[in-house]
Design a protein around this ligand. Structure first.
Ligand code: GLA
Length: 382
């Protein structure tokens, strides 16, 4: 965890509200494989990381509550009785959405003050939004003794994103952020919302993230559109979700869907299989197979599901040129953010330097390289 970040948030809280806060850390996540499968009741393979949100809370005697986004130097005072979504794209929606969803469960939240700040680069595909939502629900649960279970909390966070932020996300990000286990990735079954931990030690290889530092607009609406396509095809197939379909099932309704939508559903079925195969490859210590599955995932995200972009494709193509990189793909919702790369440790320096140089030449802007540790989920900072 980032000590500087904790100190910044704590100091800002004490300076503003003259009292010691309850401090929460809520992590962002990576995802090894299994993209756009979560809202299809499928498998994903995420892990919480040592970057995230630090949030400071305390009850307030005032008849209003305050939330202060320290890194944006933006604060808002609001009444708990009249919550409604703020304008699209504003950070308040993550906070308001969580409170509103807690209220829907007939749990009483009193007035409070909140200061938060994060070290997950925005738009990086590492889920700063789920980290923020989870920090708020976790903090309020502690502060007001709401008695919510971790499962209830992640569903509150997810609903906040649906109803206040406007993204009909799956459960992967909130789950990984809440339930993360140090040094482990979680093979999560998004139907049962239960996971199996896998200790991640790739020996002479390591996961490296490279951020394109771009986030193309329309990504939210494209996300919701993809989800609708999947639901439409599930309906045609007479199943609950694409997780229940095989390629042969899909073939039977080929004439009833557009070729583009057919490819999208096919991607989901194949990606779900890849996630399961990846867990087997990790169990067997077979990194070559894992790497090929990761490359296969990107190929599908790029050509079938069509959620990549030229910057991400460029980074993956650079990886493919390097025999010391076993796999690379875009990570998260898409249209920007990071790639995740499985790289031989001895080659990391060469690979990241040559890729950064090539990226700069191609796009006249910098990419960023991150090394993350796999970490525990949302918790109180003692
Ligand atoms: C975003 C969503 C997740 C998931 C990924 C794609 O991160 O929040 O629920 O759908 O995209 O795998």
């Amino acid at each position: 965890m980032n000590i500087q970040l904790i100190n910044d948030v704590k100091t800002a809280f004490i300076n503003t509200f003259k009292t010691d806060p309850l401090l929460i850390f809520s992590p962002g996540r990576i995802n090894i494989i299994g993209e756009h499968t979560d809202y299809n009741d499928g498998y994903v393979f995420p892990a919480a990381v040592n970057k995230g949100i630090v949030a400071a809370f305390q009850k307030s005697d005032s008849d209003k509550s305050t939330a202060y986004a320290l890194d944006m130097d933006s604060s808002i005072e609001f009444s708990l009785e009249t919550l409604k979504p703020s304008k699209q794209g504003s950070w308040e929606n993550y906070v308001f959405g969580v409170i509103a969803e807690i209220q829907k469960k007939n749990k009483i939240v009193g007035n409070f003050n909140l200061v938060f700040k994060g070290d997950i680069p925005a738009g990086s595909g590492m889920s700063s939004s789920a980290a923020l939502e989870n920090s708020v629900v976790f903090g309020l649960n502690e502060l007001f003794n709401l008695g919510l279970s971790k499962h209830e909390m992640i569903h509150i966070s997810q609903k906040a994103e649906h109803n206040y932020v406007g993204v009909n996300c799956g459960i992967m990000d909130q789950y990984a952020s809440m339930f993360g286990i140090k040094n482990n990735a979680l093979l999560l079954d998004c139907r049962t919302v239960a996971s199996k931990p896998y200790e991640i030690d790739f020996k002479d290889h390591q996961l490296v993230l490279i951020n394109t530092n771009v986030k193309h607009s329309l990504s939210d609406s494209a996300y919701n559109d993809r989800r609708s396509v999947c639901e439409h095809i599930s309906k045609l197939l007479g199943i609950k979700a694409l997780r229940d379909a095989t390629e042969t099932d899909l073939e039977k309704i080929k004439g009833q869907v557009t070729p583009e939508n057919y490819q999208k559903a096919l991607f989901v079925i194949q990606e779900n299989n890849r996630a399961e195969k990846a867990s087997k490859a990790i169990e067997d210590g077979d990194l070559v197979t894992l790497g090929n599955l990761i490359y296969g995932s990107h190929n599908g995200l790029q050509h079938q599901y069509k959620v990549s972009c030229e910057e991400l494709d460029f980074l993956v193509d650079q990886a493919k040129l390097n025999k010391d990189v076993l796999g690379a793909r875009m990570m998260g919702g898409g249209f920007g953010g990071c790639t995740i790369n499985l790289v031989a440790k001895h080659a990391i320096k060469d690979f990241t330097e040559s890729t950064s140089k090539a990226y700069k030449e191609q796009f006249k802007k910098e990419c960023s390289v991150y090394f993350v540790e796999l970490s525990n989920g949302t918790h109180v900072i003692k």
